[in-house]
Design a protein around this ligand. Structure first.
Ligand code: SF4
Ligand code: SF4
Length: 438
């Protein structure tokens, strides 16, 4: 069978064996949660509760503040005991609502809607917005906004990013296997909103179980097509996925909608299904807790706001002193210095790397081997971007296409001189963005 893919990229070990075959377990409702008002791309939500307020599970506690923002809901029932700045796993501090549970888990009732024919596209988008749904692959872009392309953009395809190309992570794979029909219903909801009649589910060849399950469940449905992709990193980057499945190239500094495509992740389609059909706000998610430094790796359904520490303890704790705890996977994840940070909407994994596997490297000069150029899926010259970023030459970084970088880290992965190229690129992007805002 032909496996579709994109040019270049890398082949790190997928390391999914620790959790791939483990069904999702439910973590008990936590006694306390710390819920950041900024868990998404865009403006932080506005806090609408006060210390001393009593809140139910699913109750809105933060109002989206602007077009690109998302509502925030309480993940437990209890009392607001503090509203303060806290660390988040994204590396930034955010205003957080701290809630102490009363052990009841009393849910707010929202309207359930089984019959989609009774809803317009606008109704559905309103529900998705109300329920605080954002991209759950890590990008956390508000989903209702992504489902609202400008009128001058003609969208003909929806692609579901089911590649899960980050090593170690298996939360999406488990959803594909265990919640197949619900994810299909979520895709149908998105297709209705976008008013299109075709969708593709991009699945890497190391997840044949998911591919075969979709093929079986979609038998006779020609509108949604599972597509088998090569297992290659970063297959799940939107631009790589669009190139592999539709052979379309997103223009420099452009978006998928520029080539008629909207891309959403597996976890997001399930969240959309639950919001619309079950009336459930985004207050929990599946997290892959994994790595050779944790006693019992698992795929866990956890309430948002529970601390990494509690989730790790739920999985038997560390085997030994850990070398690194990462929010997400090893390629694009962020190493944590504080494990009291809460699980947020974009936390797809908690990866524990044992101390003996963490090697400290020192950066050597570039030897101009071009390995980084050979693997870059965006056809950039990563060595030049790193060089100019180190020299604070932001104009040159811009000229060399720094904003086309998808921050996949493939260049850093292959660099024999151990230059952390992607960090220099992120630094350049931040600096240029800051200057543009001034
Ligand atoms: S330059 Fe950006 S897109 Fe290219 S390999 Fe490096 S991180 Fe990936
Ligand atoms: S891979 Fe590293 S050493 Fe080779 S050209 Fe790129 S930056 Fe230089």
């Amino acid at each position: 069978m032909e496996l579709k893919t994109f040019p270049q990229g890398i082949h790190p070990s997928d390391s999914k064996e620790l959790t791939k075959e483990l069904p999702v377990n439910n973590m008990p409702v936590p006694k306390k949660v710390i819920i950041p008002l900024s868990q998404h791309i865009g403006a932080s939500a506005t806090c609408i509760v006060q210390v001393g307020d009593f809140v139910k599970t699913g109750q809105k506690i933060g109002d989206a503040a602007g077009f690109i923002s998302a509502n925030i809901h309480s993940s437990i029932t209890g009392k607001v005991i503090k509203i303060d700045e806290c660390n988040t796993p994204g590396g930034r501090r955010s205003k957080c609502v701290v809630i102490e549970g009363d052990g009841k888990d009393d849910w707010i009732e929202y309207k359930k809607q089984e019959n989609l024919d009774l809803l317009s596209a606008k109704d559905i988008k309103n529900i998705i917005h109300e329920m605080g749904i954002v991209g759950m692959g890590g990008a956390t872009f508000p989903t209702s906004v992504k489902l609202s392309p400008p009128e001058d953009k003609v969208i003909d395809s929806l692609i579901i990013n089911s590649a899960e190309c980050e090593p170690y992570l298996t939360c999406d794979y488990r959803l594909m296997i265990e919640r197949t029909m619900d994810t299909i219903k979520g895709i149908k909801i998105m297709m209705k909103v976008l008013d299109i009649d075709r969708a593709f589910i991009g699945i890497e060849s190391n997840k044949m179980g998911a591919y075969n399950t979709y093929r079986k469940m979609l038998d006779g449905d020609k509108s949604i097509k599972p597509v088998l992709l090569q297992t290659k990193y970063p297959q799940g980057a939107e631009k790589s996925l669009i190139k592999a499945i539709l052979n379309r190239e997103v223009p420099s500094c452009g978006l998928p909608m520029d080539v008629g495509v909207v891309v959403h992740n597996t976890g997001t389609v399930l969240a959309v299904y639950e919001a619309v059909v079950k009336g459930k706000p985004l207050i929990e998610r599946v997290v892959t807790v994994t790595g050779y430094g944790i006693r019992q790796p698992q795929n866990l359904l956890v309430r948002l706001g529970v601390s990494f520490e509690e989730v790790i303890n739920q999985c038997g704790g560390f085997i030994d002193k850990p070398g690194k705890v990462i929010n997400g996977g090893p390629m694009m994840g962020i190493a944590q210095w504080d494990i009291t940070v809460p699980v947020i909407k974009g936390t797809s994994g908690i990866l524990v790397i044992p101390a003996e596997a963490v090697i400290e490297y020192y950066e050597n000069p570039c030897i101009r081997c071009a390995k980084c150029v050979d693997v870059c899926p965006q056809f950039l010259i990563p060595s030049e971007l790193a060089k100019y970023s180190k020299k604070y030459n932001w104009d040159a970084c811009d000229d060399y296409g720094v904003f086309d970088c998808v921050e996949c880290g493939s260049c850093s992965f292959v660099c024999p001189s151990k230059i952390n190229i992607v960090q220099y690129i992120k630094m350049a992007k931040n600096e240029i963005n800051m200057r543009k805002r001034r």
